[in-house]
Design a protein around this ligand. Structure first.
Ligand SMILES: Cc1cc2nc3c(=O)[nH]c(=O)nc-3n(C[C@H](O)[C@H](O)[C@H](O)COP(=O)(O)OP(=O)(O)OC[C@H]3O[C@@H](n4cnc5c(N)ncnc54)[C@H](O)[C@@H]3O)c2cc1C
Length: 328
């Protein structure tokens, strides 16, 4: 028996969410018993694959196939399901990223397994051969949490990024090459080309996000948002109306109808804190709101609030961060 983790990579490199999934999987292996195996699909260096051992993987199944260097949900799901059968895995962990979401359900169907999508904690009970696992997950666009028990023999868990700590040690994983079989239907859709939109920090992976709303009055005022973000090593985002009127690109819009994020720090500037906005950001570990209106709903959700004019507060913040950085 083993715990299998889909170790997602982008362009040959693992992201933090992959290390979180391995750390999480190795904790589950302590609960339910068995080995920890990661399946890696695509061209990742041996050195990087071995490094998964630091997070608890004992073995890596490496699937290399020219058709699988970019995400193909159907073929990836076939490979993961076959890897799970090969390893007799009773628990399969997938990061609940956009890629992970597109494969998790397919893997569950192939393995006739129950799926907890968007898990945020280790199982609170159960485990062992054939036993159920009760796992806390997000629901209602992240506004609520619910405990779900999976009782199927094989259990699939989609782990929400940024909800589990990294466990690092000294290990080095053994690499084994694995060649699953694919059917033509696995390649009914294929990626032709992948284009990187910019070199900026990717919003969904950012540890810090600086976000602006309609309180910023116009696109010409985003310079200070970008400057603050750059100083903090943060990504930028915005509220829906800001993207709708074209002040910012749509891929920056966060919320119920936009992107869901869970950074360690979310700074909301000139954003009211409407429920539809909070739905996309309320999993942030710490939220700071800057708003002129002391009644703005964001102040109820935020951990810290600055009641003040963004055009006064943000330049002061920038100044202070610069001073702090030059002194350290
Ligand atoms: C079905 C549906 C889905 C939606 N999905 C989303 C979504 O995904 N994401 C989203 O964001 N919204 C979404 N919305 C819209 C949402 O309801 C709000 O209208 C929106 O979030 C408001 O954006 P805002 O806070 O930037 O603007 P406003 O509501 O106009 O708020 C601006 C804020 O800036 C403050 N302010 C003004 N001047 C300053 C200043 N100088 N300094 C500091 N603060 C200042 C004001 O006090 C105010 O609180 C959705 C709505 C619906 C109906």
């Amino acid at each position: 028996m083993s715990v299998l983790i889909f170790a997602e990579n982008w362009g040959g490199k693992f992201k933090k969410s992959t290390y979180e999934a391995i750390s999480y999987g190795s904790e589950i292996a302590k609960q339910v018993g068995g080995n920890v195996t990661a399946v890696v699909i695509g061209n990742v260096s041996d050195e990087d694959m071995k490094s998964l051992g630091k997070y608890g993987a004992q073995k890596v199944l490496s699937v290399k196939n020219d058709k699988l260097n970019a995400l193909n949900p159907s073929a990836f799901a076939s490979a993961i399901a076959q890897a799970s059968q090969k390893e007799n895995a009773k628990v399969v962990i997938v990061s609940y990223t956009y890629s992970g979401r597109s494969v998790a359900g397919r893997v569950a169907v192939k393995l006739k397994a129950g799926l907890v999508a968007g898990a945020v904690q280790l199982p609170s009970s159960g485990g062992g051969a054939g036993g159920g696992l009760t796992i806390r997950k997000k629901c209602f666009s992240g506004k609520g949490l619910t405990d779900v028990t999976i009782s199927s023999e094989i259990k699939i868990i989609g782990l929400y990024p940024n909800s589990f700590h990294l466990d690092t040690g000294e290990g080095s994983a053994a690499i084994e090459s694995f060649s699953p079989s694919f059917s033509d239907s696995d390649f009914n859709s294929t990626f032709k080309e992948t284009k990187k939109t910019s070199d900026k920090i990717v919003l969904t992976e950012a540890e810090i996000v600086v976000s602006g709303g309609r309180g910023l009055k116009g696109p010409e005022n985003w310079g200070m948002i970008e400057q603050l973000a750059e100083l903090l090593g943060a990504a930028t985002s915005c509220s829906k109306p800001v993207a709708d009127v074209g002040w910012r690109p749509h891929h920056e819009h966060v919320g119920q109808t936009g992107i869901t994020i869970a950074p360690n720090l979310y700074i909301a500037i000139g954003i009211s804190g409407a429920i539809q906005h909070l739905a996309g950001v309320n999993s942030s570990k710490v939220m700071v709101a800057i708003n002129t209106d002391k009644e703005a709903p964001f102040f109820k959700a935020a951990n810290y609030g600055i009641c003040g004019d963004a055009f006064e507060v943000v330049p002061k913040l920038i100044e202070e961060i610069k001073k702090f950085k030059s002194a350290h």
